[in-house]
Ligand binder design. Sequence first.
Ligand code: SF4
Ligand code: SF4
Length: 751
Amino acid sequence: MTSEVRIPISPGLFKFNGGIHIPTNKDMSVQVPLSVASLPKELVLPLAQHIGQVAEPVVKVGERVLKGQQIAKAPSYVSAPIHAPTSGIVTHIGDKPVPHSSGLEALCLTIEVDGKDEWCELQPIEDYTQLDAITLRNKVREAGIVGLGGAAFPSSVKLNPSPNSEVELLVINGAECEPYITCDQTLMSERAEQVVGGIQIILHTLGVEQCWIGIEDTMPTALKGLNEAIREACEESRIQVKVVPTIYPTGGEKQLIKVLTGKEVPSNGLPAEIGIVCHNPGTAAAMYRAIVKGEPLVTRILTVTGNGVQQPRNLEVLFGTPMSHLIAEAGGYTDNVERLVMGGPMMGFSMHTDELPIVKATNCILVGEAGEIADPEPAAPCIRCGDCANACPANLLPQQLYWYSKSRQFEQAQEDYNLFDCIECGCCSFVCPSNIPLVQYYRFAKTEIRGAEADKRKADHAKGRHEFREERMQREQLEKAEKLRKKKEELERKKATSTGSEGAKPGQDAIAAAVARAAARKAKLAEEGKGPKNTEQLSDGQQAQLDATDARQSDAADPKAAAIAKAKAKAAAIAAAKTKAKTDTSEQSKTNAVDAKQAAIAAAKAKALEIAKKKARQKTGNESSAPSPQAELAPKKAAIAAAKAKALAKSKPAASSGNDAAELEPKKAAIAAAKAKALAKAQDNAKPAAEETPKQAVIRAAKERALAKKSEATPTANADEPKPAPTLDPKKSAIKAARERALAKAKEKQD
Ligand code: SF4
Ligand code: SF4
């Protein structure tokens, strides 16, 4: 261990109460320059790496992510998103062990590193001074930046102080008071330009002109680096480095503000209430990289130190890197390792394994060998010596807090003894002669109180929802009752104004009156013998008249009843019209059928007579046989009558459709006409031989000769036997007989 080099303390500083002088043990980790840790095989990223609501995953298992890509979003204002520290594949989302004093597991997102370290598309800003405060705050928020001093409070919230606060001074807390830890010192020594660049962004965002950087008098390299960066960046008066004495816990926010300004931050208050905003140098550098280079927060500088590692050093590491990987980067364990602590020996907590990931709040991995970090001695009863109160930098009464915390009287500890002003620095425990783990009691009490408050918030929320629901249901019931009341009043008002009668609706009254009038009228008709005795016996026309009368009478009394009566009258009128049409159609069909039949018979007779006379005139050429004028007109009349009957049958298909007789008459007429025609033809054929024309006589003689020849040519058994008369065809015989009968009839008619 090298001896520490002290630099002069800045003038005009103040002192805070209490504090202790303890060995710093910082030299061992600053012997080698800052280096970047190699890529591990796997990164495990807890989703609760900050104060506030847990981040929510926005990627799925199996998805490839790029370096800087957001993998979990901030669900509320006090929260922070998480980004992929390198490129790879998401292999798991679920509970895994996380670095916490409880040793419990928490939701983590695991990335299998592909070794390419491929960045996503970045959006650097050349001149941030052109952006307003809101835009810069949002970019800081989107970059997932939280306080890197150990609290991990979302930085964008601290960049947005209350409007009632008039911030005048920015304080950069470079007083890294915890023993062994040198990450901030290394950053300010080797990357001071990023710190100063971040300070300028914060000043621009807050609209503040003055910044003081507090460092301890054991940080000469940091002082040198910062001054050079300030000279290159801006006027030295705007950003000043203040060297403060190394007293634990000067690095406490309230304690450093007290030392630099002499102002006390109010109990349970914030520095902004006294016009001061405080940030860590690592946070300022992260803002610089986020705004100027567009890089979200995926790495940090941490110290791997202690006598338990071969090469203590500072490393820039990816979040999610296993501690075992970083210990290997520091040369691995020595042979006499006893304890593994995350943080420093005063405010850190022990870990049971090195297979835990680095988170945003991890500033140191302390590997102690035997005897280096004293194991707590068995606790003894409090002797009320008061040493704890003298050492407390927060001006508290640690022994009182101890009693109330131990007896679970949390309200007294919180309300009467300002439990939450305790910064858990451990000074009281360090000086307690009874070796009482006082800070453990305070942490326990704070956890219990926070849990109770969370339960109370949930209960209040549930109670509020229940009360709101009850109120809504009551309101709905009242509205429903009011609607029913108004409706009832409206109905009663209408009833009173329509008929004046009680117990029946106006429309029903009018209908009943119309029905009664119709019944009385029908009864009167029945008594007088002028009409049917009941409703069923009324014809459709009578019913239509009655309904029309009802409609007229009801029209004045009630519109609804009038409309119903009108509809009934219309329906009855339609029924009456249909009945009349049906009756007329039936009678007309009968008449048409008789006319058609008579016309057909007359036409057939006339046509037969005309044909017979015409034939006779052709054969005899006798003028005396010429038909009389009446005989000549008869066929024409018959034809006209037949045509009329046929046209009538065609023009009234609907009427004849329901009457078989009417349908058959035209056919019968046609058949009769055909018969008459056939009769006339037969009569013509049956004329006597004397009336034969010479040509017909020649033809008949030829036929007879041919028949005689045919009879002679037929062989016979006995030539002596008389030859049988030639056998005639039965069909021809029938025709011949019919001709003879028709001829006889025609002669009779002529006679
Ligand atoms: S230092 Fe220890 S013993 Fe002394 S009063 Fe405080 S708690 Fe009690
Ligand atoms: S741990 Fe709390 S009570 Fe103890 S000295 Fe520090 S601030 Fe005071």
